[in-house]
Design a protein around this ligand. Sequence first.
Ligand SMILES: [Zn+2]
Length: 213
Amino acid sequence: MTISNLEEIKCPQGHLFEASLLSAMSAADNPELKESLIAGEINLVSCPICGEMFYAECFILYHDSENELIAFVYPLSFQEQAAQCNAKMKKEFELALENFEDKHKINYEPILLFGIEDLVLLLRSEQNIEDEESILKYIAHKLSLKIIKIPPRLSRKMGIPKLLPVPKGTKELNAKVLTEGLQTLVKHNPHLLHYAELLEKILKRRINLSDIK
Ligand SMILES: [Zn+2]
């Protein structure tokens, strides 16, 4: 589901013009659109009169089923009405779920954001973690590591990668096996900053693995 609408836009200098703005997108249906979004190219408009480039503000519904992410992105100017936006989002989300055939598949809460730049920042930070996850996938076998995948909605909430390294043969995830797996991984590649950070959090008991269910 990808929806674009022709909208009237006012540039920072006050000039009016029309442009097609994206208002809903599904990353699963349009992976190339997700890439454009991460590159900061979506809803970036250029005023035909003064040439100024800026992000046109409009509501965007962003859905990435694989990463369990639904974001309601309101224009930046709505930030002062955050409470109303939050209430509206919850109501609309419930209504949407009723009409959704696979409703049992959506067991995650929507995220409220203001301004497309916040969505871009969120996706970029998740992309950075995914880059490290790709490296883990690539070297896991060589390091005799097994990968345990936790639901993306949990990893996002906890601010940790969703692919976790543990020693081969591990049956159950716990702090001991995860520490062991992370130490092996980080020793091999100290540049995996998100994994190094997770190791530190576990060693300092700043993370509760029982949250992972
Ligand atoms: Zn202008």
